[in-house]
Design a binder for this molecule. Structure first.
Ligand code: FAD
Length: 377
């Protein structure tokens, strides 16, 4: 059968924090969700498409050991309090439960599991091609006037390339696919990466297996409480990059890591003391050509045997479906003004760059809707 076509004012791609915030602001400015009663007669319409199996954005897919206490900065969505009675609960359960209630409370009619495969321009309209994940033969093309892209980063784990990587006979795992410490028990795990995930996974697995931590730069441990100025300064730095059309950097890479009691104990136990990046990967482990000279690095044997290489090397913005629009410039990123793509103001990117945090995603959702309302007559 031919693709079904649906005219709509705004398509929101993704129902994580950023997409739900945008949907909330669309709804509170009088837009009607596709699928709602009489939506075909409504003056202004929107639809939220999400490829995840259920409510929760990327949170539903994160490892079970990530508790609400670890994810201490999860901000509530606009218009509904987020009550967390038990901080030891997995974030992968608590946040999705809240998102499901939220979608119900505001009648957001999220369509899932539906994947957007491409967005292209067609004489002033955006053709958003979508496909059911469960029944790929079912596809719908939404013909939209504006787009809020809120597809996050989780579906695009980043694996850097190192010499010899293909020859390693053990297991290579990315944060994206990590589930429990037990899977890695009784081996030697080389953990690669300098962010929060690397630190948290090292502490989780260290009681069950020996570890080596490697990072490209010495970690910056932040002694003081996380002051709002620190967050604002970090966001401003990332915003400078996206304004200049450079690929965004993670906000955490700019703020440094908070020196919590658990992290301090990990440093004292020698678990959270990194070695610099290795020179190559071998069939059985990793090798260094030289010892670091700078103070702060751990030293060790020139070769380490490993059962697992755990890549905690982050994620990139999941924007492949926007490729037909050619938004990327010579800087390797997209030139942005706040949430607006400078080259095509019909397109708003939320949860991207400076707004890739739960609080940033909230604000970006509001800003994107106000920009689109100004743009769409
Ligand atoms: P997501 O939650 O990733 O939602 C994106 C949605 O889009 C997903 O449901 C996905 O299925 C869908 N999607 C993607 N591509 C398509 C497509 N082509 N078609 C249809 N749907 C699509 N931030 C904090 O503020 N505090 C924290 O404690 C914190 N902890 C974190 C811990 C980890 C391990 C990670 C990786 C991130 C953490 N962050 C934290 C960052 C934070 O999770 C995100 O920046 C924030 O939740 C914004 O979410 P989002 O809506 O942009 O993306």
């Amino acid at each position: 059968p031919a693709d079904e076509r649906v005219d709509v004012d705004v398509v929101v791609i993704g129902a994580g924090q950023a997409g739900l915030s945008a949907a909330y602001h669309l709804r509170s400015s009088g837009f009607t969700a596709v699928g709602e009663r009489d939506w075909e007669r409504a003056a202004r319409t929107f639809v939220v498409l999400d490829e995840a199996p259920s409510p929760g954005g990327a949170w539903q897919l994160r490892w079970p050991g990530l508790t609400m206490a670890d994810a201490h900065g999860v901000h509530e969505l606009p218009g509904m309090p987020f009550l967390v009675p038990d901080l030891s609960e997995p974030a992968a359960r608590t946040v999705p439960y809240y998102f499901a209630q939220y979608e119900d409370a505001f009648d957001l009619h999220v369509q899932r599991p539906v994947r957007v495969t491409s967005v292209r321009d067609d004489e002033g309209r955006l053709l958003v091609e979508s496909r059911s994940v469960e029944r790929p033969e079912e596809s719908v093309v939404f013909r939209a006037r504006g787009l809020v892209n809120a597809s996050g980063t989780w579906t695009k784990p980043f694996w850097p390339a190192y010499p010899g990587q293909g020859s390693f006979r053990g297991r290579q795992l990315h944060t994206h696919d990590y589930r429990t410490p037990e899977e890695l028990a009784d081996g030697h795990v080389v953990v690669i990466g300098g962010g929060t995930s690397a630190v948290q996974l090292l502490l989780a697995i260290a009681p069950l297996t020996s570890t080596t931590w490697v990072t490209r730069r010495l970690p910056t441990w932040r002694e003081e409480e996380f002051a709002p100025e620190v967050g604002r300064a970090a966001v401003a730095l990332v915003e400078e990059r996206t304004r200049a059309g450079l690929p965004p950097q993670s906000v955490v890479s700019v703020t440094g890591l908070p020196l919590t009691p658990a992290y301090r104990a990990g440093i004292e136990a020698g678990v959270l003391v990194p070695r610099p990046m290795f020179s190559r990967i071998t069939t059985t482990g990793v090798e260094w050509d030289r010892e670091p000279t700078e103070p702060g690095w751990a030293t060790g044997p020139a070769a380490v045997e490993a059962t697992t290489l755990l890549w905690c090397t982050g994620f990139r913005a999941a924007l492949d479906h926007l490729a037909p629009l050619h938004l990327r410039g010579p800087g390797g990123g997209i030139v942005m003004d706040g949430t607006t793509v400078v080259g095509d103001p019909r397109i708003q990117l939320v949860g991207y760059g400076p707004s890739a945090s739960t609080i940033g995603a909230n604000r970006a959702g509001r800003e994107a809707v106000s920009r689109l309302r100004a743009l769409l007559p």
